[in-house]
Design a binder for this molecule. Structure first.
Ligand code: SF4
Length: 415
């Protein structure tokens, strides 16, 4: 079916897809994977409200902002029930060339995608590196109060850099500061109760690794500082001035359980506009009233994360999943896209991966050492890898995920 469409549209200079929903996204994926010579100019929607601004690095525009000319073709990728109405809209907008996608089985496409041993480099780059950067940029622009036009302008100014092989831009870098924690959560994804004794990580290694990453990158949109509990470690107060003073680092988040009141002598650092405190809501397990009123009273930026059910990551044993499952799970996991984690002088695919390796549970050496020999090429290949062995020690994205109450406390460690 796609071959028929490919033959019809390949002669056009301006190729659009109408539809940013599941069908539109699946058709875009198929073009990017099966016919990478087809360049999709943009995705069109009736209304940008409730639609993403970009998909896989391709902009999404409202129909009334497109100038349809003779050399334009639109591939109609929406559910059958919307087709008549959209053809009317396109005809009214003087679009002469419309190609309909007759039907698409989304499950079949998901299965077919898993069969690819290696997805094209450009697709992996768009999916795992460009789009996460765009999403993070959108988050930061929205916090600043920018409108959609301003956001799309900032992204368009950046997009060529993102595809430039010689440049590195990091959407989000998670930095582990130490394993000391005031709680012992049974389902801690980062296995913090398993660290015995709990300790502050080596500050010199953390600092020199961040310096190296910052020297290689053109920008780091977010640095997320995690523990254990970050407010229990001196490393937090030592690293903040450095991160705040780096112009390439756009924002800093500190993820806390809200049990430890920050040290008063460092309040001015925490009040810096680049810094935001993310308070994980642990429901009745933790009384965060004092912490939240401290943030309010001292005019610190903070967000209370919604309390929901947690998904159990399961034990620390190796599951022996096949490569298809590893690809599917890593491809679905937001941590795999946005939580590349710096643990002392090693960069891991997510924070669970860092803990699994540090604790000796994960046997695969799946990390990039950060030192003078680290290159942009090495980091970009790591960012765009198709799967991670860490998912073989994790149930977060398995088909029958187990939902559990958040922050159940334990006295013994997870095995
Ligand atoms: S191990 Fe895999 S599934 Fe688990 S958090 Fe990391 S990337 Fe996600």
């Amino acid at each position: 079916m796609l071959e028929r469409i490919y033959r019809k549209i390949k002669k056009f200079d301006n190729i659009y897809i109408f539809g940013a929903g599941k069908v539109g996204k699946a058709i875009l994926e198929q073009f990017m994977i099966i016919y990478p010579d087809i360049k999709i100019k943009a995705i069109i929607v009736s209304d940008l409200k409730n639609n993403p601004l970009y998909i896989y690095g391709i902009p999404v525009f409202e129909i009334n902002s497109i100038n349809f000319c003779k050399d334009t073709v639109v591939v109609l990728a929406v559910y059958e029930k919307h087709i008549k109405e959209i053809i009317e809209k396109l005809t009214k907008a003087e679009c002469d060339n419309i190609v309909k996608v007759n039907s698409i089985d989304l499950d079949d496409w998901e299965t077919a995608k898993e069969e690819y041993e290696c997805l094209p480099e450009k697709f992996l780059c768009s999916q795992r590196y460009v789009q996460p950067y765009i999403n993070t940029l959108i988050d930061l622009e929205r916090i600043k109060g920018s409108d959609n036009d301003k956001i799309q302008e900032s992204i368009e100014n950046k997009i060529n850099d993102l595809y430039n092989k010689k440049k590195l831009d990091i959407a989000r870098l998670v930095i582990t500061l130490g394993s000391k924690c005031s709680l012992r959560c049974k389902e801690c994804n980062n296995l913090i109760p398993n660290f015995v004794p709990q300790r502050d990580y080596d500050y010199e290694k953390i600092l020199s690794s961040i310096e190296r990453l910052v020297s290689l990158a053109s920008s780091v949109l977010k640095c997320e500082l995690i523990g254990g509990e970050p407010f229990l470690t001196d490393n937090l107060y030592k690293i903040l001035p450095y991160l705040i003073n780096q112009s390439k680092i756009h924002s800093i988040e500190i993820t806390t359980n809200g049990t430890i009141i920050p040290r008063r002598s460092y309040i001015s650092l925490l009040q810096n506009p680049k810094v935001r405190i993310r308070i994980s809501d642990y429901g009745t397990i933790v009384n965060q009233v004092e912490f939240i009123s401290f943030c309010k009273k001292n005019h610190m930026n903070y967000t209370v994360l919604e309390l929901g059910k947690w998904i159990s990551p399961g034990g620390v044993n190796k599951r022996n999943k096949n490569i298809k499952d590893l690809k599917r799970e890593y491809g679905k996991c937001s941590s795999g896209y946005l939580c590349k984690t710096l643990h002392e002088n090693k960069l891991f695919s997510c924070s669970r991966s860092a803990s699994l390796y540090e604790l000796g549970y994960m046997i695969e050496k799946e990390y990039v050492s950060i030192d003078e020999d680290t290159t942009i090429d090495m980091l970009k290949s790591f960012f765009t890898q198709g799967y991670s062995f860490a998912c073989d020690y994790c149930d977060l994205q398995v088909k029958n995920r187990k939902y559990v109450d958040p922050a159940i406390q334990i006295s013994k460690i997870n095995t």
